[in-house]
Write a protein that binds this ligand. Structure first.
Ligand code: G1P
Ligand code: ZN
Length: 575
């Protein structure tokens, strides 16, 4: 496909002119009863970093889901003539919630609902479908990488017509509506059969159950050279393991890696989506993807290991006994994008969230392209991608993506890495070490203190904020503070300003500590401490990460008085 063809395909997700006709079923004589149910507001329906995320038990309270969904529909205005897509990551309560939402959509006058078969749709596939079929948006039921099951978490995300997460002004509007809601509408009708592909009707709304995988696979085939990847697998010189974590990506990974690229059965582990993720915590990191990590650490490790999270937007990349930090991964993808058909025309720019290491900045400088620094959360990349200012973007939290959709994309990152491995025929470790030699190494780690007392966590941040004016020039061991601030982002496209996006402390020699509170947790507060230190000298790049960062870790505790405020001696998770 020509460069122009690829750009068009990225914009529309279409390889050919084939287009899922938005077929409508002619109205039947069914009479539909729309019920208007009185309700009173819940005061806690403020979406966080990524949608409204709460414990299942909270979502199961009478009217809780209904109130939030009605608030969304109220904000969307006229739904007649519109098509939305619905799906989720298959977690506990997914199907039940979907039935309620579809009945409410019908009652609110939506013309058509596309629904992933079995209620399944990964976050990236939803974004792809919204863009490909020019839909007005979609609802994804997911709490991403948070545990599932009756005791676990549930969530609702709304994506807008560019395929990306609703921006802050829209989620704020949902929240404000939720505070004054008085009733919601729902049709009285039997449940929809979510498992059978095809068209049906719910009241006056058309419902089309769609294959959740095929549109996404088609888009991947545009971006990557599948023939080359097939040859990699058939060469007999390469093996990999992909961990679906019993979450949404199993069916996608099987369709692409095994059915399409010919990888052997057994390449995908934990491939069946389960409501409780098989008791696993579907967060692809060194702690929670334990089985994969053990395989990759073993003597008989395959060449490449990867995993994705609950809803399929995160990725973890491993080599034989080697972990690639997401920040390095982003930088490496940027430096090798010209090897990939979908990006051979060059990158327009790159973007990273502020806490993400500055490894990609070095690549951007080398390529002579812009590098944007945004607040945490994928929604901040949307404008840059839409405006054609950035092609690749990423976050330290195992999220990487490009302008092919408006979400981060786990399997896309895996295919990108596979393409690099197919091109270079060297190991993951060699590729990373060569990168460090050329651009320098950014030692990087994130320390999370989970479920700490919310008030204390805020006091810790306030205490840091108060110190900001006095930190410059202060010494902590060998470290000297060069600058410190509270990150503020001014969107270069729409001019909107986001305040208080994290406390940054910069030291001489390009070291940095960042502190912020999570916006996705559901229990107390989570303090995140991001540590980064640059090392240009290849002789010193071999150190173990936590050792290399030891002084910075000590300093981070000292400045923020972490033990005092949280009562914790150590972080709960280190990535
Ligand atoms: C976390 C990550 C952030 C990511 C978000 C959604 O948010 O840190 O990078 O975009 O999950 O996957 P946080 O809990 O830090 O607000
Ligand atoms: Zn996710």
């Amino acid at each position: 496909m020509s460069g122009k063809g690829i750009e068009e395909a990225k914009a529309t997700g279409k390889k050919t002119d084939s287009f899922r006709g938005l077929i409508t079923v002619s109205p039947e004589d069914e009479t539909m009863t729309i019920k208007t149910v009185s309700t009173i507001p819940f005061t806690d329906q403020k979406p966080g970093t990524s949608g409204l995320r709460k414990k299942v038990s909270i979502f199961k309270q009478p009217n809780y889901l209904e109130n939030f969904i009605q608030s969304i529909f109220n904000c969307l205005g006229e739904l007649n003539g519109k098509t939305l897509v619905f799906g989720g990551d298959g977690r506990y309560h997914n199907k039940e919630a979907l039935q309620v939402i579809l009945k409410m959509a019908a009652a609110n006058g939506l013309s058509k609902a596309l629904v992933g078969q079995g209620g399944i749709l990964s976050t990236p596939a939803t974004s792809c479908i919204i863009r490909k079929y020019h839909l007005q948006g979609g609802i994804i039921l997911s709490a991403s990488h948070n545990p599932g099951g009756p005791e676990g978490d549930f969530g609702v995300k709304f994506n807008v017509e560019n395929g990306g997460p609703a921006p802050e002004k829209i989620t704020t509007a949902f929240y404000e509506r939720s505070l004054s809601i008085e009733n919601y509408k729902i049709v009285e009708a039997p449940d929809i059969d979510l498992d059978t592909l095809g068209l049906s009707r719910l009241g006056d709304m058309d419902v089309e159950i769609i294959d959740p995988v095929s549109d996404y696979v088609e888009l991947m085939e545009i971006l990557f050279d599948f023939n080359k990847l097939e040859r990699l697998f058939s060469s007999g010189e390469f093996s990999m393991v992909y961990d679906g974590m019993h979450a949404v990506t199993g069916p996608y990974a099987k369709a692409i890696l095994i059915d399409r690229l010919g990888a052997p059965e057994g390449t995908v582990i934990h491939g069946k989506p389960l409501p409780d993720f098989g008791g696993l915590h579907p967060d692809p990191n060194l702690k929670y993807a334990r089985e994969l990590v053990e395989i990759m650490d073993s003597e008989v490790a395959p060449d490449f290991g990867a995993a994705s999270d609950g809803d399929g937007d995160r990725n973890m990349i491993l080599g034989k006994r080697f972990f690639v930090t997401p920040s390095d991964s982003l930088a490496i993808l940027a430096s090798k994008a010209d090897e990939i058909p979908g990006y051979s025309a060059g990158l327009k720019g790159v973007a990273r969230s502020m806490p993400t290491s500055r490894a990609v900045d070095k690549v951007a400088r080398h390529l002579g392209i812009d590098c944007y620094e945004t607040p945490t959360g994928w929604k901040f990349f949307g404008n840059l991608l839409d405006a054609g200012r950035a092609t690749l973007c990423g976050e330290e939290s195992f999220g990487t993506g490009s302008d092919h959709i408006r979400e981060k994309d786990g399997l896309w990152a895996v295919l990108f890495w596979l393409s690099i491995l197919a091109e270079e025929r060297s190991s993951v470790e060699e590729i990373v070490r060569n990168h460090w030699r050329k651009f320098g190494r950014h030692f990087y780690s994130r320390h999370d203190y989970e479920a700490v007392d919310t008030q204390k966590a805020h006091e810790l941040i306030d205490h840091l904020r108060q110190q900001l004016p006095d930190l410059r020039g202060r010494h902590f061991g060998n470290l000297c503070v060069r600058n410190a601030d509270d990150f503020e982002y001014s969107d270069p496209v729409d001019g909107s300003v986001s305040h208080h996006q994290g406390i940054r402390i910069f030291f001489e020699d390009d070291a940095r500590i960042v502190y912020r509170l999570s916006g996705t947790g559901t229990q107390g507060a989570t303090l995140r401490v991001y540590l980064e230190k640059f090392e240009a000298d290849p002789e010193k790049q071999g150190q173990e990460t936590q050792e290399a960062l030891a002084e910075l870790i000590k300093t981070a505790n000292e400045i923020a008085r972490i033990r005092f405020f949280t009562g914790r001696d150590n972080p709960s998770v280190i990535t």
